[in-house]
Design a protein around this ligand. Structure first.
Ligand SMILES: Cc1cc2nc3c(=O)[nH]c(=O)nc-3n(C[C@H](O)[C@H](O)[C@H](O)COP(=O)(O)OP(=O)(O)OC[C@H]3O[C@@H](n4cnc5c(N)ncnc54)[C@H](O)[C@@H]3O)c2cc1C
Length: 425
């Protein structure tokens, strides 16, 4: 992909209507939608488009993903989840003191009425997920990297399926289509899976990325070929100049803009400085392992309830991605999570090798109410905040970008943004 890096040596080209920090699915979609509404836009990333958390996720465009991880049953299940070797949730205890305020708010958001409200708010975004992402996929050619064969989620026992009924009810309440499958029907859809499942939920309207980073890069490439500027640099600080312009100090030349979109995912907090109000952004670290050559074993993403991950056939191999570690912004790969994924992946597909070819860790950006922040900063209205998409940023990145452009233009947004306001904390 040819990016317009060379233009950055010219100082005139370092002044933009709008700069976007972070070229994940959220920031890249924002840049593309802003360009569509006629702005001169810079998209800035320290590693290039699609190389952060938008690289290594499970690639599910989960239009059915309106159920938050906050759950009324979680507070009582939490001790068991944290101390069991079989658990997909782990915690770095050294990080607990720093994340305590977030944890307290997270648990408050597990109250039944809050979960209902969060689910309704997520559903209001999910309803427009395709309207936000597919125009960008089609215009850029990234639609070739999207498959629409539905998604399957498997339960190992009747008991675990029964426990999922409240979540299923929340999905149905918001119009999600789901077919409940018996083992024979699962076997017909995915004949290579070992028969370790008791029940399945098939979401016919789910899509998948066959290369999540490839799709983001393709959208960024299209943005660049339409005159957008992609800058590979780390932003160190944001300053407001006396004339109201924002100046970004970067590892390269400074960048100036009239408006700024902060979409640096889990790392956005490092750039709040004094211009952005303190917001409780934490991270849920997640992991993946890849088995090249095994992608033909599945036809679609398959979620596995006891493993808390998806097995997704991708262009470069079969990827197993998921689990959670509450462990801050560290890059260290936690072997416990990786072993957990590997062990469960081989239960579903026993022919997979004992050792995957590659492993990865990434950082889901998560607010304590599992809702993204989408809106203008109250401290500095020239800064539009767009982060906190937790487990569903590949699903909601496109619609978030579209909403960001509507905010920048002062238009009536497609979705009521009240639940996503930065002022809610
Ligand atoms: C294991 C796992 C599985 C997942 N599966 C799914 C799934 O199936 N479906 C789904 O919808 N979501 C999934 N997610 C969640 C999804 O990946 C994230 O919500 C999404 O990628 C977040 O996108 P983003 O653009 O906000 O952040 P990112 O993709 O992390 O992008 C932020 C960018 O900001 C850049 N950046 C940070 N700081 C700076 C700085 N100071 N200067 C310049 N650049 C900076 C980074 O380099 C990065 O590229 C999964 C996540 C994980 C970890």
């Amino acid at each position: 992909m040819r990016l317009a890096k060379e233009r950055l040596t010219d100082p005139v080209d370092r002044q933009f209507d709008i700069a976007v920090i972070g070229a994940g699915m959220v920031g890249t979609s924002s840049a593309a939608w802003l360009q569509r509404s006629g702005h001169k836009v810079a998209l800035i990333d320290r590693t290039g488009p699609g190389m952060g958390t938008s690289f290594g996720n499970a690639g599910v465009l989960a239009t059915y993903g309106n159920v938050p991880i906050n759950s009324p049953t979680l507070p009582r299940r939490l001790p068991g989840l944290l101390f069991s070797r079989e658990s997909p949730l782990r915690i770095n205890w050294a990080h607990v003191p720093r994340m305590m305020p977030w944890l307290v708010q997270f648990l408050r958001n597990c109250a039944p009425a809050r979960v209902e409200a969060i689910s309704a708010a997520l559903a209001s975004l999910m309803e427009h997920a395709e309207d936000g992402a597919f125009p960008l996929f089609r215009a850029s050619g990234a639609d070739k990297l999207i498959h629409s064969r539905g998604c399957l989620y498997l339960y190992e026992s009747e008991a675990s399926f029964a426990k999922a009924q409240d979540e299923m009810a929340l999905r149905r309440k918001h119009g999600v289509n789901v077919d409940i499958l018996e083992p024979e029907e699962i076997g017909q859809l995915e004949p290579n899976l070992a028969k370790v499942y008791a029940k399945g939920a098939f979401y016919p309207d789910g899509h998948q990325y066959v290369s999540p980073s490839g799709a983001v890069e393709t959208i960024a490439g299209h943005f660049a070929s339409n005159g957008g500027t992609v800058i590979e640099a780390e932003v160190a600080a944001i300053t407001k100049l006396p004339d109201g312009t924002l100046e970004l100090t970067t590892s390269g030349a400074p960048v100036r803009c009239k408006q700024l979109v902060l979409a640096a995912g889990a790392f956005s907090k490092r750039l709040f400085g004094t211009l952005v109000e303190p917001l409780p952004l934490e991270t849920e670290r997640g992991f993946h392992v890849v088995y090249p050559g095994f992608e033909t074993m599945l036809n679609r993403p398959v979620g596995w309830s006891p493993g808390a991950f998806y097995l997704t056939p991708m262009s470069h191999g079969l990827r197993a991605a998921g689990t959670v570690e509450l462990g801050g912004l560290s890059d260290a790969k936690r072997q416990g999570n990786i072993d957990h994924i590997t062990r469960h992946a081989r239960k579903l597909l026993p022919d997979l090798p004992e050792t995957p070819e590659s492993t990865w860790v990434g950082h889901r950006p998560t607010m304590p109410d599992s809702l993204p922040v989408i809106g203008r900063s109250s401290r500095t209205p020239e800064i539009i905040l767009a982060f906190g998409h937790q487990h569903v940023g590949m699903t909601l990145g496109g619609i978030t970008g579209r909403l960001v452009a509507q905010i920048a233009d002062g238009e009536q947004p497609l979705v009521d943004l009240t639940p996503f306001s930065p002022d809610r904390f």
